[in-house]
Write a protein that binds this ligand. Structure first.
Ligand SMILES: [Zn+2]
Ligand SMILES: [Zn+2]
Length: 169
């Protein structure tokens, strides 16, 4: 776990600290498939700003995820430009809204923050390209390489029903 020691920062109200930090990105699962961050360690911009009533944390980084395309299972790459913002009141008074879950005992948990930031930015599906045609539901061939249809099956109502279901996925 990568964390940042906030105790060493002695910011006064109105002061800002800005530095490049290293993030360790974690693999994640989406739709039963596993996606790996490449590279697994990325540089990020961390800004800590002390205001009168609390501290604002900002994190900016780029994550590149590699894994199978949802439709054709070919390699897909998802690149995300990410930014996160958290606030911690100096005196939170027990209110969760005024406290960030990533600050624990004077340490900023960069790994957890990065993981959640990636998770929030994920699309429903990861595709090799936006218009990926996917695999043929009848013969399993890649429709990107070999666009085709199967005449007989399309005439069959059972297949039409399956087709309709597939459209909804
Ligand atoms: Zn694809
Ligand atoms: Zn086919």
């Amino acid at each position: 776990m990568k964390s940042f020691n906030l105790r060493s920062l002695k910011l006064r109200s109105g002061e800002q600290f800005r530095d490049e930090v290293e993030l360790e990105l974690e693999p994640f699962e989406l739709g039963g498939e596993r996606y790996l961050p490449v590279p697994g360690t990325v540089p990020a911009d961390l800004t800590v700003t002390r205001a009168a009533t609390g501290t604002v944390f900002q994190l900016g980084f780029t994550a590149r995820m590699h894994g199978p395309c949802y439709r054709c299972l070919d390699d897909a790459v998802l690149e995300l430009a990410l930014s996160g913002r958290e606030y911690q009141a100096t005196n939170p008074d027990g209110s969760d809204e005024l406290r960030t879950p990533y600050v624990v005992d004077g340490q900023l948990d960069l790994t957890a923050w990065a993981r959640d930031t990636v998770a929030l930015a994920l699309p429903d599906k990861i595709l090799c390209r936006a218009d990926c045609a996917g695999l043929c539901p009848v013969c399993g061939k890649d429709l990107n390489d070999e666009p085709h249809t199967h005449e007989q099956q399309h005439a069959d109502s059972r297949w039409a029903a399956l087709e309709a279901l597939r459209e909804q996925l």
